[in-house]
Ligand binder design. Structure first.
Ligand SMILES: Nc1nc2c(ncn2[C@@H]2O[C@H](COP(=O)(O)O[C@H]3[C@@H](O)[C@H](n4cnc5c(=O)[nH]c(N)nc54)O[C@@H]3COP(=O)(O)O)[C@@H](O)[C@H]2O)c(=O)[nH]1
Length: 956
């Protein structure tokens, strides 16, 4: 039970006041009682003496009634309780209580003391005594009847018994004492209150103040101070407390700082620090532990270790290990961690922590028990750090050792002076040197001598600067064989950055090199001719341009393809074609210098880079080389007992005149080659700017051609085909004309190839076919004479899958008999796919169309065609007709054609008959049909009708 000081003080003061009052009252009361008793006793003795003398006088003088009167008088006195006077016989003579008179004194019920009575009589003296409870005082005095001369023995005496009230007097005095005590009590209380007030201000209130300040201080307020206004012992105590508090605060602050420092150290430690209670409850969990385990401290503090972040299987395993290692009984659980620390030793082992995300982290764990002064364990401290890197290093080292010993690549480790420190098994196997032999020797034990001093100087310079070198190097085996390797050298530097080791790693690349060479051949060389292919050609041309540019030189590039190669290929098969290409490659290579590059770009296309040594290339030299090349290619090729003839066309571009880059040089040489092909005169051509202009005008034509059809710029002209013997018109050849609004008349020789290239030829061909048939239908209604229309089909048209259907649809549409249509094809148009051409032409012939071979003799003419193809007519090319008179060969060709045609029952039309003498010559050789300006130029349809009305031979 808590009693406040204030209350206790008040209680004590008031208690003390009451007690003092009470004690004073009791003491006063006793004193008063004694004093009153003494006074009354004295007074009683006095009264007894008076009574004795008075009553004995009454008796002596025989005035006994005086006794009764005196007794009666006494009874009125306030303190008289009783006055009895007895006679010598003991009977009551007088009494304050009349009823007693006459009674024997013993009979009276007043508790008289009989012994005192006897004694008073015997001794003749008065006697006084008080009642047991001090209620009254009895006094006895003898009352004798004789005078004083009478012997006492003979005297006859009674007794006067006088009882005085003590209580009255006592009460009267007590009343005063009580009043006095009340005053004392009140005074005491007032005094107590006063003391209490004084005490409150001087002590209680200040003690409470001290208490409150202390409470605030305990509550955490450190800047509070006890300020007491009176300078006394309490203020001394306050000062002492202030000082104490001050010191305590300072110590506490220091402690806090030290705690914070400790916590900061713990938190900033790279180690995970976890403290637990002796039972394994986590009490502290530092930042590193949070980082390592992914848990926040508040998630694990108060949780039981090891459940939180240990793998229970590992815990069980470690328990078993501890049992075996130390023979101690360890339960799987917290016990595993503390079994050794609880014996006062540090437990260290490798463990696996389980991160919050489930990751396993290998750690080095050490656990120490924390003992208090009594030697009891207060808890445990576990310090752990992540050893993943160490583990990885160990693994890496293990792997490195495995790799070192098991790799197929040779490894050599030297010290900084290039003394061999170690070599692996692969090194021994590749070089033949044993470990025992190699270790301690210099790194160049496998020196091949194949590289010069500069090579090694550059290599070591690079290693010194870049710590690394790799490249191809030749080494020598123990048996002396040298072999290529791909070597990598790395340096190992110490902490002071000085080289402490070199690591050389190489593999035997003999096979790789062979394969690479093979690959290079595949990549850079044409497999058929072994000449550089397009890739290598481009590289060399690039290099050539760079070199020529640097040295301010010129060089020539030749583009060439073979004439009639396709014919050979198609006629004799690919094997012959391939062999021809091989021989061409050989001849070309032999015809130029080694420093020149002869390349095959594909098919029958070859290029030659003439790496001119002189400062300025001599055009005459190039011409000479071109002629030489043409000449060697013109020589017959003997393949499989066949004498094959092919020619070549060469286009030449010169660096830097005709281009300063590969693309323009190639393009221009190619253009020149096509020009050479077109030109009958020379089989080589230097590129000239005009060729580009021609190319430009081709582009212009292409664009114009695309819109010509819808602009109605095409028309057909018709040239009659004449029976020379009677000058009658047998038919007309429909010839396409293109009248461009700005470019004027454009020859079909120019635009037909372009239309083929642009894919417009089928549309254009259909247009020609429709218009020619429409015209024929019209003529048929107006002209009675029977004649046919010859219509030209280009090679591309012949390849079209819809050709036959399209022609059939058109003849049906215009109701024309196919017998009246002569389809003219050239030899070259069937060459690309002769089988397809035969099939199509047979279909057309079966339908009823007539087939003519145009320009016969100019292409790869072959009697095979005449035999295989379903031909009705051969048209001898105008070049033969033109020069038949002057050129015997041409004349022979004309004759041969006429003879073959006759034997095969084919009609022959001589083209380009311009003169009468040509007509005569042809007629003389049996050629009965002609076409040419001698009879008529190609005319528009409107003028054709007149041809029937007047004599032919418009051109003389
Ligand atoms: N696929 C198609 N080819 C066509 C078509 N129209 C014409 N052509 C072919 O274009 C080439 C050039 O034709 P063209 O300029 O019309 O020349 C023809 C005649 O004008 C010309 N000729 C006729 N007689 C003489 C002569 O006495 N002397 C002389 N110098 N030239 C003459 O010959 C060309 C006809 O030759 P050919 O076709 O070989 O019978 C030409 O190859 C045409 O085939 C067409 O619609 N489609």
């Amino acid at each position: 039970m808590r009693i406040s000081l204030k209350f206790l003080l008040a209680l004590l003061l008031f208690g003390f006041a009451l007690l003092a009052t009470l004690v004073s009252f009791i003491i006063s009361k006793q004193q008063v009682t004694d004093r009153v008793t003494k006074t009354i006793t004295k007074q009683l003795l006095n009264d007894l003496n008076l009574i004795q003398s008075e009553f004995e006088r009454y008796i002596i003088y025989g005035q006994a009634e005086g006794i009764s009167q005196s007794v009666a008088a006494k009874s009125s006195e306030i303190d008289t309780l009783l006055l009895v006077v007895t006679s010598p016989n003991g009977k009551v003579r007088a009494s304050t209580s009349p009823v007693d008179i006459g009674k024997y004194w013993k009979q009276l019920n007043y508790e008289f003391n009989s012994k005192q009575y006897q004694r008073v009589l015997e001794k003749n003296t008065s006697s006084v005594w008080s009642s047991t409870e001090n209620q009254w005082i009895d006094g006895m005095v003898p009352i004798c009847q004789s005078n004083f001369q009478i012997s006492l023995r003979n005297q006859q005496c009674g007794v006067a018994i006088y009882r005085k009230d003590l209580t009255y007097k006592t009460n009267e005095v007590l009343q005063g004492i009580i009043t006095q005590s009340v005053y004392i009590g009140i005074g005491s209380i007032i005094g107590a209150i006063f003391i209490l007030i004084i005490t409150h201000y001087l002590i209680t209130e200040r003690v409470i103040k001290i208490k409150n300040i202390l409470i605030r201080w305990i509550g955490g307020e450190r800047d509070v101070q006890i300020q007491l206004n009176i300078n006394d012992e309490l203020s001394d105590i306050a000062s002492l407390i202030n000082e104490l508090v001050q010191r305590f605060s300072e110590e506490e602050e220091a402690l806090q700082r030290s705690e914070q420092l400790k916590q900061a150290i713990i938190n900033s430690a790279n180690y995970s620090i976890i403290a637990t209670s002796p039972e394994g409850i986590i009490t502290s969990f530092n930042k590193s532990a949070e980082y390592l385990l992914g848990f926040k401290a508040e998630e694990l503090v108060n949780k039981k270790n090891p459940e939180a972040f240990h793998d229970k299987h590992e815990v069980s395993r470690k328990a078993e290990e501890l049992k075996h290692r130390f023979g101690i009984d360890v339960q799987p659980g917290f016990d595993v961690f503390v079994a050794i620390p609880s014996m006062g030793e540090v437990y260290e082992d490798e463990w696996t922590y389980v991160h919050k995300n489930g990751d396993k982290i290998p750690v080095h764990l050490s656990i120490t028990a924390l003992f208090n002064e009594q030697g009891d364990i207060e808890g445990y401290l576990s310090i752990a750090y992540d050893i993943s890197a160490k583990k990885k290093n160990e693994r890496d080292l293990y792997l490195a050792e495995k790799v070192f010993n098991n790799t197929n690549e040779a490894i050599m480790i030297t010290d900084e002076n290039l003394n061999i420190v170690n070599i692996n098994q692969a090194y021994c196997s590749i070089t033949g040197f044993s470990k025992n032999y190699a270790i301690g020797k210099k790194a160049n034990i496998a020196y091949s001598g194949k590289h010069d001093k500069l090579f090694y100087e550059e290599m070591w310079q690079k290693i010194a600067h870049e710590n690394h070198w790799s490249g191809e190097i030749w080494n020598r085996r123990k048996d002396g064989e040298i072999f290529p390797t791909w070597l990598t050298i790395n340096t190992v530097r110490g902490k002071d950055n000085r080289i402490c080791n070199y690591i050389g790693l190489f593999k035997d690349i003999t096979q790789q090199k062979l394969a690479a060479e093979e690959l290079e051949k595949l990549a850079y060389y044409d497999q058929l001719t072994q000449l550089p292919n397009r890739v290598l050609f481009n590289e060399r041309l690039d290099r050539m341009i760079i070199q020529a540019n640097r040295e301010n030189k010129r060089f020539a590039l030749m583009y060439m393809d073979l004439n009639r190669f396709k014919y050979v290929n198609d006629t004799y098969g690919h094997e012959i074609g391939d062999e021809l290409l091989i021989q061409v490659a050989q001849r070309l290579t032999k015809s130029v210098r080694e420093s020149d590059t002869v390349a095959r770009l594909g098919g029958d296309e070859f290029t030659i880079i003439l790496s001119e040594q002189k400062e300025l290339i001599n055009l005459n030299d190039i011409t000479g080389i071109a002629n030489k090349l043409i000449n060697v290619i013109n020589q017959p090729f003997m393949i499989n007992n066949l004498n094959l003839y092919v020619g070549t066309s060469i286009g030449i571009s010169i660096y830097p005149n005709d281009g300063t880059d590969t693309s323009s040089l190639c393009k221009n040489a190619d253009t020149a080659m096509y020009k050479a092909k077109e030109s009958a005169a020379a089989n080589y051509k230097f590129f000239a700017e005009y060729m580009n202009k021609e190319n430009h005008s081709r582009l212009e034509l292409e664009s114009a051609l695309r819109s010509a059809m819808k602009n109605n710029e095409f028309s057909l002209h018709y040239q009659p085909i004449i029976n020379i013997t009677n000058q009658k018109i047998l038919g007309f050849e429909a010839l396409l004309r293109w009248q461009h609004p700005h470019l004027g008349n454009i020859s079909p020789e120019h635009f037909i190839p372009i239309a083929e290239d642009l894919g417009l030829i089928n549309e254009l061909g259909d247009w020609v076919f429709c218009h020619a048939l429409e015209q024929l239908r019209e003529w048929k209604t107006n002209i009675s004479q029977e004649f046919y229309i010859a219509i030209n089909l280009s090679a591309k048209q012949l390849q079209s899958n819809t050709l036959v259907t399209s022609l059939v649809n058109t003849i049906e549409e215009y109701q024309i008999n196919p017998q009246n249509i002569h389809i003219e094809i050239t030899e070259t148009s069937v060459i690309s796919d002769p089988e397809m051409a035969v099939k199509k032409l047979k279909k057309l012939r079966d339908i009823g169309f007539k087939i003519s071979i145009d320009d016969f003799g100019t292409g790869q003419s072959s009697l095979n065609y005449l035999k295989k193809f379903p031909i009705n007519t051969i048209k001898i090319d105008k070049t033969f007709v033109k020069s038949a008179e002057s050129d015997q060969v041409d004349m022979a060709i004309v004759k041969a054609v006429l003879s073959i045609a006759e034997s095969m029952d084919l009609a022959v039309v001589a083209e380009g008959v311009e003169t009468k003498s040509q007509e005569k010559l042809l007629l003389g050789e049996g050629c009965k049909i002609g076409q040419g300006y001698l009879y008529s130029k190609p005319l528009p349809a409107s003028q054709v009708k007149q041809l029937f009305n007047r004599k032919l031979r418009l051109v003389e």
